[in-house]
Design a protein around this ligand. Structure first.
Ligand code: ADP
Ligand code: ZN
Length: 431
């Protein structure tokens, strides 16, 4: 039977949820307008007053916020509460440039941890579980968020942080960890190390993993599930909206339920800013309706995604988002063709390679080049040149352009303990 952390909210009727969102949105817009000069100016420029926002149907009238605004307003410009009411600062990983900081009141932290608790319960977690958190702790939101959620659920929490992989496995075995929380790339690395240490899934008690903070494919999910003997659940979030727990996966594993009582999602056309109908791919935008210290309205995540209201077998009524395909700025344009690293990952794993790869893009004589390095699978007996050709041809079918594939020595590509770096784009150095 499906268990919930907060059944009333997670299974609320669409009508009641809309009412709740409307109330919270109206209050939040007023709070922001009164306390955040930066956003007040944006609203004034657009000619929108708080009174114009009566419910979610008016959301589109509000101006967007982007990462550029966060950088402009750094550090305090978007703060909506006095610093004396704030108890925590977290920061983005800086994957795509200068870090931005986010502020939390104690109430903000409670709500954030509550969202993470929902994710842990949806993955089957109870107070009988031992939850090993190997997301980074510190400024990064992964460790603190899941740690707090795990405490709320009452799991015995192992605040490991990332790194020292053999020790992770020793603790996992000695203490009987049942739930693992980390990035999918680190989960793959932990699985690889487990087998290298001579253990099998029979030597550990893990049953579930809660993996997020970076894009990962279905193929990667299957590969991790097999190597660790678990069910692998996705979790999504970003520092700007609090951290992990904005959305989480349930037993159906076909997308993540968004905690709509805290975050209103929209999908927009990234070019025109127009709101797109449900089911279309576009940029995910979030409005935080409960955050006190750092309440961003219509924040453009740059994550490309699809929303779905299709009924879910778990009983939750919260809207679902598909696995994000990556950020609009992860998309590589190579010889005019749009390429996502996740498409390359899909081909590699489908063809029986481990998810240890590095994509290199460059420009030679005014032509873009795409090189894909992947580690050898020792079980494959064909000639390397034959394997490389087969991979290149499968990628040509998937991407529409021809990459150069290099099968490299096992262990020669750096493993990730946090967010994996999959792409080196040298064209940027020439510009
Ligand atoms: P940074 O933007 O510096 O990486 P964050 O640590 O706040 O900072 O990362 C948030 C971003 O991580 C999201 O906007 C999204 O691109 C990515 N992300 C988080 N969870 C997932 C997930 N489950 N699937 C795909 N991408 C994710
Ligand atoms: Zn569900």
């Amino acid at each position: 039977m499906e268990r919930y952390w907060n059944q009333e909210i997670e299974c609320m009727s669409a009508e009641d949820m809309k009412k709740l969102q409307d109330e919270r949105l109206v209050a939040q817009v007023k709070h922001v307008y009164e306390n955040v000069e930066y956003y007040r100016n944006l609203m004034d420029e657009k000619g929108v007053k708080p009174e114009d926002i009566k419910g979610t149907e008016d959301l589109h009238k509000l101006p967007f916020l982007s990462k550029a605004d966060l950088r402009d307003a750094y550090p305090y410009g978007l703060l909506a509460k006095p610093l004396s009411d704030c108890v925590r600062i977290q920061s983005t990983s800086g994957t795509t440039g200068k870090r931005v900081v986010a502020f939390y009141t104690q109430n903000d932290i409670d709500l954030w941890e509550d969202c993470c608790a929902r994710a842990i319960v949806a993955a089957g977690g109870t107070n009988e579980d031992v939850c090993q958190v190997c997301y980074g702790y510190g400024l990064f939101t992964g460790g603190p968020g899941l740690n707090g959620g795990s405490h709320k659920v009452g799991c015995l929490t192992l605040p490991m942080s990332s790194g020292n992989t053999e020790r992770q496995i020793s603790f996992m075995r000695d203490l009987g960890s049942t739930i693992l929380c980390c990035t999918p790339s680190y989960a793959a690395y932990i699985g690889e190390t487990l087998h290298e240490m001579g253990y099998t899934t029979d030597d550990i008690k893990l049953k579930a993993g809660i993996f997020g903070a970076e894009p990962w494919t279905e193929e990667m999910r299957h590969s991790i599930e097999k190597s660790l003997g678990i069910k692998a659940y996705d979790i999504y979030g970003l520092t700007e909206t609090s951290g992990p727990g904005v959305s989480f996966e349930c037993s159906e594993q076909t997308g993540m339920h968004i905690n709509e009582d805290h975050f209103i999602p929209e999908i927009i056309d990234p070019e025109t800013g127009e709101v797109l109908p449900e089911g279309e791919v576009g940029e995910l935008v979030f409005t935080s309706i409960t955050k006190e210290a750092f309440p961003l309205l219509r924040y453009r995540t740059r994550d490309l995604c699809v929303l779905s209201r299709k009924k879910c077998s778990c009983g939750r009524t919260l809207i679902k988002m598909k696995k994000p395909m990556g950020r609009s700025d992860d998309m590589l344009i190579i010889r005019g063709v749009n390429v996502f690293p996740s498409q390359i990952e899909t081909v590699l794993i489908e063809q029986g390679y481990a998810p240890n790869y590095l994509i290199e893009v460059d420009r030679v004589n005014n032509t873009d080049t795409l090189d894909v390095n992947v580690e050898m699978n020792p079980e494959k007996t064909e000639d390397i040149a034959v394997q490389e050709k087969a991979l290149a041809s499968a990628m040509k079918t998937m991407l529409g352009i021809n990459p150069k594939v290099h099968i490299v020595e096992p262990k020669s590509i750096t493993r990730s303990e946090g967010k994996a770096v999959r792409v080196i784009d040298r064209r940027k150095l020439h510009d």
